[in-house]
Write a protein that binds this ligand. Structure first.
Ligand SMILES: [Zn+2]
Length: 429
């Protein structure tokens, strides 16, 4: 890459450092908490005004009827497109605008977006309003130097990533916004760190398992059948057989942290017998044998495993228990399934961002895969677009934590990588 050009991109980013800080702060100060999905229209309108000012054509799209959408909490999305001077490819930056609950333990106001030294603090600073601001500054810096570029740039801010993305990227993908004839390269600026390229994520299967019993008086439990004891047998089988089996399975996917390079299972919740009484109740429980017990399981699987095998393994385990345990009966209900996704290392968006990282940071990128899913699943499965990665500033471990922060310098470095990526993809002769 031409040294002088690289320098001028760097100068354009440096000149926008204060703007980048202010934009990140402005975005954090709009508390887009999800659930329930607050201030989605406000943040989309704010971004629309900003990007219209930079020459983008903007659409605000409500995911009417999507899970969570209501008149009180409408699911708004913003998508902005700037056409180049001639035909070419389209590079799309997709960020989610929702943030998770604040939680306990903050030492700063989570929505004040205070700047202390190199850090901006706030809910969503790293996940992922810092990344969203970074992509906007990168695009604006690029446009200042290359108004005559080929192709198109798109920037979207989408709803509900934290709760599955159905009112956000999934909704847009179903309407063709991520089809390969419209968009050729997608970068999701999730906080994977400025020198790492995230190729995809593991798969997910959430299901509810229920064991059934028969209610009776608690003083004569032999007249009933305890659903909780049956569930105890399920948990014991998981401890003895399933957990060791899953830990022994490893993957070629470069998942970080390394502990997630295996199949994993989390028991998300357990409910059995009488429901917990509401807070004002001061009485005792009634003596009953529990007639049902339910657990929710969260099974993360690898590219080497199929969803059918994953489900079959649990079904076979339950059948084994049934064969040896009198009166054991159960039901399984699927809640959510997501296939693993991993973009090829030779894909053009991967090799281009890798070159840009080497040019800007003078080091080779690390290739990683996320233990949990993010919106890439919808771009891959619904949009059928395979040329997609997550790349953005911020430290993943800080996401969803108290005193979440992002480094201004990391955002500037990352903006330079993104701007250089645009140059490599949209300024070819
Ligand atoms: Zn995120």
């Amino acid at each position: 890459m031409n040294e002088a050009r690289e320098k001028s991109l760097r100068a354009e980013i440096a000149a926008r450092r204060e703007d980048l800080i202010a934009l990140t702060q402005d975005l954090i100060r709009i508390p887009t908490l999800n659930p329930p999905g607050l201030n989605y229209h406000e943040i989309c309108a704010f971004l629309a005004a900003r990007l219209e000012g930079s020459g983008f054509a903007v659409e605000l799209i409500r995911a009417e009827g999507a899970p969570g959408d209501s008149e009180e909490h409408p699911r708004w999305n913003m998508i902005a497109r700037r056409e180049g001077a001639r035909a070419g490819e389209c590079v799309h930056f997709n960020s989610h605008h929702d943030v998770v609950e604040v939680g306990q333990g903050w030492r700063r106001d989570p929505f004040a977006a205070v700047l202390e030294g190199d850090r901006i603090y706030g809910r969503g600073a790293c996940d992922m309003k810092g990344g969203l601001a970074t992509s906007i500054i990168a695009a604006e810096a690029f446009l200042a130097i290359h108004p005559d570029f080929a192709g198109a740039i798109e920037i979207s801010a989408t709803a509900d990533e934290e709760t599955g993305g159905y009112g956000g990227v999934a909704h847009l993908a179903e309407r063709g916004y991520f089809s390969p004839d419209r968009v050729q390269h997608v970068i999701i600026p999730e906080p994977l760190n400025k020198d790492r390229i995230c190729l995809g994520h593991r798969g997910v299967w959430w299901a509810e398992i229920e064991t059934k019993g028969r209610i009776a008086h608690g003083s004569m439990p032999f007249l009933g059948d305890s659903a909780i004891r049956h569930m105890g047998a399920v948990l014991a089988e998981m401890e003895e057989y399933l957990f060791p089996l899953l830990e022994g399975r490893s993957t070629e996917m470069p998942v970080v942290p390394e502990g997630a390079r295996h199949s994993t299972l989390n028991i998300n919740s357990i409910h059995g017998g009488e429901p917990e009484q509401c807070e004002g109740y001061t009485g005792l429980p009634a003596p009953c044998v529990p007639d049902r017990c339910r657990i929710v399981i969260d099974r993360r699987f690898l590219i080497e495993e199929s969803l059918e095998e994953v489900k079959g393994e649990i079904a076979a385990m339950l059948e084994r228990i049934k064969a040896r345990r009198p009166n054991f009966s159960y039901e399984i209900r699927d809640m959510m399934e997501v296939a693993p996704s991993m973009t090829d290392r030779g894909a053009p968006v991967v090799t281009t961002v890798a070159e840009a990282i080497e040019a800007v940071l003078r080091k080779r990128p690390e290739y990683v895969v996320s233990p949990g899913t993010y919106d890439q699943k919808h771009i891959d499965r619904i949009g059928r677009l395979k040329n997609c990665i997550a790349y953005g500033p911020g430290i993943l471990d800080l996401a969803h934590q108290p005193d979440e922060w992002i480094s201004v310098q990391d955002m500037c470095d990352s903006a330079e990588v993104m701007a250089l990526t645009l140059e490599k993809l949209l300024c070819r002769a």
